[in-house]
Ligand binder design. Structure first.
Ligand code: GLN
Length: 267
């Protein structure tokens, strides 16, 4: 029941945050409205460029290794580009700019550990899902916070524009204070410095960040269960069909499992 209330609130929040993004962070928004293909750079042609947008602050899905962007999503995107005979280009942008960039046709696809939500589906189309995920709660090792029910009335750090942000924002009515950071790791650092009481973030980056920071733990109980998929421009069925066909091949021939196993060790 709680999830339904969250979902409804999410719809409103997501609509509001997308409107805000379109206006402020996307300076070309007026030249390339969402419903025209005139400025659309997302043709799908063999030998052409396949442009992926991401936010490379989300290990092990996307992160910097020297000048390179690596991780599960980067490798899946490369494998899809190989299947399509296209050349992959990765652009690293703010997480909350990913959907606006796809809507305006500046990029073919978003791979960013992006959770499928009904609200996002109003603005982009999603591929078949390629990973199961969940929002986890990180606290200090000696914290009394033991689960999702203890988030009411405390200060919670999140990454701006993520599902963690949207779900925790729903608790503002219960006197929870939400501190929004542009990078997940900054939220974790704030926790370690005692500026927030807990952080809500996806499980895999949570593991990476906690392993890099002393004195923190991840609570057993998940806040939500989610699934990741690739976002493309609404109505671009040609691209979506090709991505889904490529994903199917990568699932069937074991490439997807191999990529994941490189970055995530089974427990
Ligand atoms: N899975 C979360 C979301 O889709 C967070 C993704 C991210 O921070 N890259 O909102």
């Amino acid at each position: 029941m709680k999830k339904k209330v969250l979902a409804l609130t999410l719809a409103a929040l997501m609509a509001a945050s997308l409107t805000a993004c379109g206006g402020s962070s996307n300076s070309n928004a007026t030249e390339a409205p969402a419903d025209t293909t005139a400025a659309d750079k997302t043709e799908v042609a063999e030998g052409g460029k396949l442009v992926m947008v991401t936010n490379a602050e989300f290990p092990p899905y996307e992160f910097h290794d020297g000048d390179k962007i690596v991780g599960i999503d980067a490798e899946i995107a490369q494998a899809i580009a190989d299947e399509l005979g296209m050349e992959l280009e990765i652009e690293d942008i703010a997480f909350d700019s990913i959907i606006p960039e796809i809507v305006s046709g500046k990029a073919h696809m978003g791979l960013a550990g992006m959770t499928v939500t009904d609200e996002r589906k109003q603005n982009v189309d999603f591929s078949d899902t390629y990973a199961a995920a969940s929002q986890k709660i990180i606290v200090k090792e000696d914290s009394e916070i033991a689960g999702p029910d203890d988030l009411e009335g405390i200060i919670v750090g999140v990454q701006l524009g993520t599902t963690g942000d949207l779900y925790v924002s729903d608790l503002e009515e219960q006197n929870t204070t939400v501190e929004r950071y542009s990078k997940g790791f900054e939220a974790v650092q704030a926790l370690s410095q005692g500026k927030v009481d807990a952080v809500v973030i996806d499980g895999e980056p949570a593991k990476t960040f906690v392993s890099q920071t002393a004195g923190l733990k991840i609570l057993e109980e998940s806040f939500t269960d989610e699934e990741y998929a690739i976002a493309v421009k609404k109505g671009n069925t040609e691209l979506l069909d090709k991505i889904n066909a490529a994903l199917k091949t990568l699932k069937e021939n074991g490439t997807l499992d191999e990529i994941v196993a490189k970055y995530i060790t089974a427990e």
